[in-house]
Design a protein around this ligand. Structure first.
Ligand code: PEP
Ligand code: MG
Length: 551
């Protein structure tokens, strides 16, 4: 038995055999064709047909959005134009793998140049090309592996395209070598309630396909080759942690009755039913990027009004906090961001990018105000990446001019915490985005596995900044919520309340665990835990001090 550790996501635990996600294939070499061109064309034709059949079968089994993605990929494998292209390349003396690879690359470039929806499909062609070349080479196809048995998925990291085809019935846990607690894998794991451990250094070298393992997200560990007694204990633990999730849904509150509204982070109006079913008391973060990502120009005021109205209707009678477009860095937009910035996370991102193209911001605020009027909802609107009082005053004035009544700032840049008293003079509320606040406080890219260890919101520097914001909110009598992934960690949620957070917003799947944990402490106890965590000299020590008094 040996153990690896990383950053745990959620509180789940699972025991099963490991399936490793094959690494992307190396591009084929350009050795000249050594075999008969007709025979090689036959091999390519057979490989294309096999890949198309496999993708079609998976599409039928997957259903939903994944079905469409996979059916489109199957069509790409059957396209006769590809085979014609391969034939011409073979005739010119190129080897079969290279001919196939290059044929797909040519089509990919064509699609990419078309822009819009077609350009978005370009990377799907790369996936199909990899599958066909894997067949020709006789190696495992890249992408999410398939299995009849439940398994733990081990990968370098998961791309959004991989997650569309992930079989959630069979995947019991995710473990990745790269990525931090705010990576795509972690966000997926949280939204699907899958136990995950991310940022596990040396994972791919240490783990073999088929090896038995226990993934414990709460402990952040992956135990390899566990004995039968450990597996039995993990199964029992899994059953008891699942029971916690089915506790009655009540409003968020501490043991002494102090109210802590528990809200959901949502990415589109379709997320509303699930969030409500899991007891969300409203929306603490509505990421509006879904309307803009993948578009080649900003959506019209009318299209935006319709989408925001739909969301507000889904949460009728509840508070909804919408964030205006956060473009740049991990969410680049071709029509708003300059692709040539050397350090996009430190560039024209969030409110800075919007200010540089103010009409896009005006249109979005107008659409939000329209939706507010149409539904009578309690709509709060905030801007990402606000750095100081001047930016806050600018955004609040514009929001009011366009008819909004609750206008606030997200706390993601450390300067806003240092200047929290000034910012709260101008803002109606502040919401702390701990994902970015941690990235910028520790100067550690949230997408980079090599610095995932820094991307830990338990770090005392992050906690001290949150305390500054909490104190300023209390002094000004204005709400200061938390909407970053930190709020989804039950033990940290208690500390955040102790630091002054007045509401918590998270992936809806985390609500049950956080609700249960808050009910175990009074406000005095939450404050005592927060005070101890603030004295820590590391994130690990803060975790430890929060749960056990020193000495
Ligand atoms: C955050 O930074 O904590 C946040 C909630 O925003 P996003 O993850 O969308 O950048
Ligand atoms: Mg952010």
């Amino acid at each position: 038995m040996s153990a690896l550790s990383g950053v745990g996501v959620g509180r789940g635990i699972a025991a099963a055999k490991v399936l490793k996600m094959p690494e992307p294939l190396a591009p084929p070499g350009d050795e000249p064709l050594a075999a008969d061109a007709d025979a090689e064309l036959g091999r390519v034709r057979a490989a294309l047909a096999e890949v198309a059949d496999e993708l079609t079968a998976r599409a039928v089994a997957a259903g939903g959005d994944a079905q469409q993605v996979l059916e489109a990929a199957a069509l790409m494998a059957q396209d006769p134009a590809i085979l014609d292209d391969v034939q011409a390349r073979l005739a010119a003396g190129t080897n079969a793998e290279r001919a196939t690879w290059d044929a797909y690359a040519g089509f990919r470039d064509l699609l990419a140049q078309m822009g819009g929806y077609m350009a978005e499909r370009a990377t799907d062609l790369d996936d199909v090309a990899q599958r066909v070349v894997a067949r020709l080479r006789g190696v495992a196809a890249p992408g999410v592996p398939q299995s009849d048995q439940p398994f733990i998925l081990v990968a370098r990291d998961l791309a959004p395209a991989d997650t569309a085809t992930l079989d959630l019935e069979k995947t019991l846990a995710l473990v990745t070598q790269d990525g931090g607690p705010t990576s795509h894998t972690a966000i997926l794991a949280r939204s699907k309630s899958l136990p995950a451990v991310v940022g596990v250094v040396g994972l791919l070298a240490a783990v073999a396909d088929g090896q038995r393992a226990i993934v414990d997200a709460k402990a952040g560990t992956v135990v390899l080759d566990p004995d039968d007694a450990s597996v039995a204990a993990a199964e029992a633990e899994r059953a008891s942690r699942t029971t916690a999730a089915s506790a009655p849904i009540t409003e968020g509150a501490l043991a002494d009755g102090t109210k802590v509204p528990l809200m959901a982070n949502v990415g589109s109006p379709e997320d509303a039913p699930a969030a409500i079913a899991l007891g969300a008391e409203g929306v603490g973060l509505f990421r509006t990027e879904f309307l803009f990502l993948g578009a080649s120009s900003a959506p019209t005021v009318e299209a935006q009004t319709e989408a925001y109205t739909e969301l507000l209707q889904g949460f009728a009678g509840k508070k909804v906090v919408a964030r205006v477009l956060d473009a740049g860095a991990d969410k680049p937009l071709a029509f708003l961001n300059d692709a040539h910035e050397e350090n996009p996370a430190l560039g024209l991102r969030g409110i800075r990018a919007l200010r540089a193209t103010e009409q896009i911001l005006r249109d979005q605020l107008t659409a939000l105000a329209n939706a507010q009027r149409a539904t009578g909802a309690e709509l709060h609107v905030m801007a990402p990446m606000i750095a100081d009082h001047e930016e806050t005053a600018y955004f609040v004035a514009l929001g009011r001019e366009l008819g909004l009544t609750h206008v606030g700032a997200m706390a993601e840049v450390p300067s806003i915490a240092v200047l929290a008293d000034q910012v709260l003079e101008a803002a109606d509320f502040v919401s702390i985005g701990t994902n970015d606040l941690t990235q910028y406080t520790l100067a550690a890219d949230r997408q980079l596995g090599s610095v995932a260890g820094f991307q830990d919101p338990w770090h005392p520097a992050v906690l001290r900044l949150i305390k500054l914001l909490g104190d300023a909110g209390a002094a000004a009598g204005k709400p200061v919520g938390v909407c970053g992934e930190a709020a989804a960690d039950p033990a940290l949620a208690v500390v955040l309340v102790g630091l002054g957070a007045t509401s918590l917003s998270m992936s809806a799947s985390a609500l049950a665990d956080v609700r249960a944990e808050l009910l175990t402490v009074t406000l005095d106890e939450a404050r005592a835990r927060a005070a101890r965590a603030l004295t820590a000299k590391s994130a690990a020590e803060a975790r430890q001090l929060a749960s056990h008094p020193a000495g």
